[in-house]
Write a protein that binds this ligand. Structure first.
Ligand code: UDP
Length: 421
């Protein structure tokens, strides 16, 4: 069987893969450790699942570990998450102590790996305090990778986390508007999707129909879908409000599909709120899917007419990228990372209210030719900007910059030159 990297060349071309190999050459054998807070659910796990095997294939000794805590730890970090995205969610001193002690315990558990790694990527606030226990022991560079919208954080929480994050060697952000002042180099690297993952590969029509049938969805009636964890920032209630506005005029089916993430303690409560708001409308389908239901979500996105992501805050929104990649216009909340992906009137629409979303959905349902054109634009835009190969190239470039410094120029050769060397 063809090796993993060569499989990508069919999507992005040989030159892109060749550049990745050249960039990775000086990094061969290096230990790169990624730490986040869950292997299941949410965008970060989705990305790491795909990125680690690719780094390994390039000869890098990449590993992925998670920080593990008790219920109170996740309560605390969910409050961090909500506060960094702008809610005034006070965190008690008791929870802050749990945060510190959980990081201390995890440092002891992962000590040898953390100390030995050449590069440590710490994703989001949950494991951010690990570095403070490392003191002078560490061998490598540490990078804090922020996946959330920190454009208007609740200050006391940012101030608390800033004390840890300022000591990192660099940080990575998805959007310039999220960036906070820090005394180290700041990099802008948006996330990405993997075109070859189960979530995104082409699927046979038969398989798509099979999934839609199993959920009781009818293909002759338009399907509007939002795939998301049950989180208030994703505004599932606003999605139902938009659906009700359209339903008065045209038959339509709504799907809200989501599972939990092991680091999100609010999911069940939000799911109950959504179910009770939806009532017993037979055309609202709330699908609770297991975390590994990647092909099912792929089929749902492909079988839908329009993809929604009506978030009120969004670090990036892989669900938007996934929808665009499937040639669907996306109607997304006019916020954060969605603005980077949905080009208004070109690959979808940006909206601020349920009324706005309803108006744009009705417009698209009446204009299938525009749906097709926007869908083509959408796919091409992801191809050019948001595939894993671009993401990996930028990570490798950043690692080279941190390790070799800005004076050491890595010159990438064109394929013809490579053959003649
Ligand atoms: N996802 C999933 N099952 C679900 C809900 C979401 O597999 O029930 C996936 C979704 O397809 C996407 C990721 O989880 O790949 C969510 O990433 P996003 O950036 O949209 O949001 P986050 O959850 O990180 O806030």
């Amino acid at each position: 069987m063809e090796n993993l990297l060569d499989q990508y060349s069919h999507v992005v071309g040989n030159e892109v893969i060749d550049h990745l190999r050249q960039l990775a050459n000086p990094l061969k054998g290096m230990k790169i450790l990624h730490i986040n807070s869950t292997k299941e659910g949410g965008g970060v796990a989705e990305i790491l699942n795909r990125l680690i095997p690719l780094k390994r294939e390039l000869g890098i000794d990449a590993e992925w570990e998670i920080i593990i805590g008790e219920r109170e730890f996740y309560q605390c970090t969910k409050k961090f998450h909500n506060s960094l995205q702008g809610n005034r969610d006070e965190v008690s001193d008791n929870l802050l102590e749990v945060y510190k002690s959980t990081n201390a315990n995890n440092f002891e558990r992962l000590r040898s790996k953390l100390v030995d790694a050449d590069i440590v990527f710490i994703h989001d606030p949950q494991p951010a305090a690990l570095l403070s226990f490392c003191k002078n022991e560490r061998k490598g560079r540490w990078i804090w990778r922020c996946h959330i919208d920190v454009s208007h954080p609740f200050r006391p929480v940012w101030k608390f986390l800033h004390e840890y994050i300022k000591d990192y060697d660099a940080s990575i952000w998805s959007l310039s508007t999220f960036v906070q002042q820090l005394p180290h180099p700041l990099y802008l690297i948006p996330p990405s999707i993997d075109p070859l993952s189960e979530k995104n590969v082409e699927l046979p029509e038969k398989e798509i129909s099979h999934y839609l049938d199993s959920w009781g969805l009818k293909r002759e009636i338009p399907i509007i879908t939002q795939v998301s964890r049950f989180d208030r920032f994703k505004d599932p209630v606003g999605v139902i409000q938009a659906y009700r506005l359209i339903k008065k005029y045209v038959p339509v089916q709504l799907v809200l599909a989501g599972g939990g993430a092991s680091d999100d303690p609010e999911g069940q409560q939000v799911l109950q709120e959504v179910k009770s708001f939806a009532g017993d409308d037979p055309d609202v389908h709330i699908l609770e899917l297991p975390n590994d239901a990647h092909r099912a979500i792929n089929a749902l996105q492909r079988g839908s007419n329009i993809i929604l992501q009506k978030s009120l805050k969004e670090g990036f929104g892989l669900t938007v990228t996934e929808g665009l990649w499937k040639g669907k216009p996306v109607i997304g909340g006019d916020t954060g990372g969605i603005r980077l992906q949905v080009i208004n009137h070109y690959s979808g629409f940006l909206v601020n209210t349920p009324e706005g979303a309803a108006m744009r959905i009705r417009y698209l349902l009446k204009h299938p030719d525009i749906v097709n054109k926007m869908g083509e634009n959408a796919k091409q835009y992801v191809m050019d900007n948001f595939l894993i190969t671009r993401h990996l190239r930028e990570y490798l470039t950043l690692i080279c910059a941190l390790i070799f410094g800005s004076n050491d120029l890595i010159e990438l050769k064109m394929p013809a030159q490579v053959q003649s060397v």
